[in-house]
Design a protein around this ligand. Structure first.
Ligand code: NG1
Ligand code: ZN
Length: 561
């Protein structure tokens, strides 16, 4: 870096001092904190994004969101050129940048890193696409990000305004592939592939049996707003959006996928008038989706259809289409087309879902929490389906298998146009276009769920009967230092503090079908407790007891939800 660049960086960074005594780290989903302390961090992530773009010689993204967290929080994360999360190798550098105390310290970190990574600057493109959710703090944080990007000579910031997180990921990926990357292109791609799937529904399906209306809770965030646009481009599906953010409701406050999934209650605006209706809920940046129904009894609880069940529905459909397709191939050619289909879950997946998926004959893999881990594993299959129980997930198709599928479809269209096999090939191609290949996307997952339910003629109740969830409970415990808990085996075993796992094991052993684990949250300053058991009372009691154990080992002397 030349002298002019160094002095420009020194000057620019002097306007963004880090808050005192705060040590943020690039967690499960980038940096997250109360928005009031994030300006310097976001500025620095702007610098990081510019460097990442120079290094990869590709377009990258920068998203400002705190997803399902409260409206006063915000966050920032980088989207890598392929549309996925920032490479984990760069995360430690992000942490160091965020805590550098002075402009000089920041400059020396950057200089060292640029040399170590051999980041090229001359004659190379650096373009960062920026997006933000609807949080009121978003606009000013976005300005800080732009300042950060502009502090590196030659880097260009392109503000795309308010977007869902998955839209930005999709646009970064599309742009680097040389494909149309506008919001309109996104809407057109997902609405037209939905149309293809609906057109391919077998005639014998009793379509009228499936109600084609779904009522969606938009979490009073960006998802509701975008769904209003998308729904006008669809035929064959009626979407009613509630909690769009326009009626004065507060983002994620008693609404949204996280609230619905964790509390298992109906969001604001849903109640006894909605009994039995197919309802869905998005989170604050629309990368999570869960379904639910309001039951007939007077209990305030809902029947939740979570990410595990969305995964299962997708798995059933894909497996079915593959078997139609490959049956033909095996009979008529020597081409070994057997796709390797696998699923990826985390320890939060309901035990019944894992049993069900294994029973289907699928390979099931576990990773630590955070989609970056799941995504990486899913990408190792020809078709990899990953979901977190909270509703964040997608289906990845490998490039090589997709090329085979395209060729096969062309072949079939010549020899047996309109055959069952060709329809199966077309359905799988449509799924690959509909489902976001960059990251979990509530809007595209919603359309795929709706298309599959119509295809199978299933109600939400029928779908929910695929298997019965084991009762579960999640709690959060505030502790003095959450980093004191470290885990292994996809977060199912706590390695430290010493003795805590033995205490958890002893407690869990008291409950039939008991399963329990703890881990530090990557997005909130808490330890999370997850418990599963044969009855709801038992799951509640196991979670409570383990929360007390956490408190005893690490707490201030009190636990809360
Ligand atoms: P943390 O706070 O690390 O548990 C939460 C979710 C993750 C993921 C991230 C990113 C749970 C238990 N954890 O992470 O699955 O979605 O937020 O938003 O839901
Ligand atoms: Zn989210």
């Amino acid at each position: 870096m030349n002298e002019e660049q160094r002095s420009h960086l020194l000057h620019s960074s002097s306007l963004f001092s880090p808050p005192e005594g705060v040590k943020l780290s690039y967690g499960t989903a980038g940096f997250r904190a109360d928005a009031s302390i994030l300006r310097s961090t976001v500025y620095r992530v702007g610098i990081l994004a510019a460097l990442r773009s120079f290094k990869t010689q590709s377009v990258v993204g920068l998203m400002i969101t705190a997803s399902h967290n409260k409206v006063s929080d915000n966050g920032v994360k980088i989207v890598d050129p392929g549309g996925g999360m920032l490479s984990q190798e760069w995360e430690p550098f992000a942490d160091q940048l965020a805590i550098a105390q002075t402009p000089e310290a920041l400059l020396s970190l950057i200089t060292e890193f640029v040399e170590k990574e051999k980041i090229p600057f001359d004659g190379v493109l650096s373009l960062v696409l920026l997006g933000r959710d609807t949080r009121p703090s978003g606009a000013s944080l976005l300005e800080a990000a732009v300042e950060g990007i502009n502090s590196i000579f030659g880097a260009i910031a392109l503000d795309l305004g308010i977007l869902t997180t998955p839209q930005l990921h999709w646009m970064v990926r599309a742009r680097n592939k040389g494909m149309p990357a506008t919001e309109l292109a996104y809407f057109e791609q997902i609405s037209s592939s939905f149309r293809c799937l609906v057109d391919l529904i077998p005639n014998e399906t009793e379509r009228n049996k499936t109600d084609n209306t779904v009522v969606v809770d938009g979490a009073d965030g960006v998802g509701g707003e975008k769904l209003e646009v998308l729904k006008s481009m669809l035929t064959g599906l009626v979407i009613e959006v509630r909690n769009t953010g326009k009626g004065g409701g507060l983002l994620n406050d008693g609404v949204g996928a996280d609230y619905v999934q964790k509390e298992k209650v109906a969001p604001r605006g849903f109640g006894s008038n909605d009994v039995g209706i197919r309802c869905a809920s998005l989170d604050g940046d629309a990368d999570r989706l869960v379904y639910f129904t309001v039951p007939t009894n007077s209990s305030s609880k809902i029947d939740l259809v979570d990410g595990d069940k969305i995964l299962s529905l997708f798995a059933v459909f894909i497996k079915e289409q593959l078997s139609i397709l490959t049956k033909e191939v095996k009979e008529n050619t020597n081409n070994n087309s057997q796709a390797r289909l696998g699923v990826v879950q985390t320890a939060y997946a309901n035990g019944s879902s894992t049993d069900y998926l294994k029973q289907l004959g699928l390979e099931v893999i576990f990773t630590p929490t955070g989609v970056k881990h799941l995504h990486e594993k899913a990408a190792q299959f020809d078709i990899g389906i990953y979901f977190e129980a909270n509703g964040h997930g997608t289906i990845l198709f490998s490039e090589s298998w997709l090329s085979w599928l395209e060729a096969r479809n062309n072949e079939l269209s010549l020899v047996s146009e309109g055959s069952e096999q060709q329809k199966a090939a077309l359905r799988l191609l449509s799924v690959s276009n509909l489902i976001n290949q960059a990251v979990g996307d509530a809007l595209s997952c919603l359309l795929l769920v709706e298309a599959i339910l119509q295809h199978k003629g299933w109600s939400i109740q029928k779908w929910n009967e695929l298997y019965q969830d084991l009762p579960s409970r999640q709690l959060k415990v505030k502790v003095v230092d959450r980093t004191a808990v470290t885990t292994t085996n996809a977060e199912t075993i706590a390695v430290s503090p010493p003795g805590i796992q033995e205490a958890i094991d002893a407690e869990t052993a008291k409950y039939p079908k008991g399963r329990c684990f703890i881990r530090p949250s990557g997005t909130e300053d808490v330890i999370r407790v997850y418990a599963e058991a044969s009855t709801q009372e038992a799951a509640d009691s196991l979670a409570d007891s383990v929360a007390k154990i956490v408190d005893r080992f690490l707490g201030f002397g009190s636990s809360n939800q």
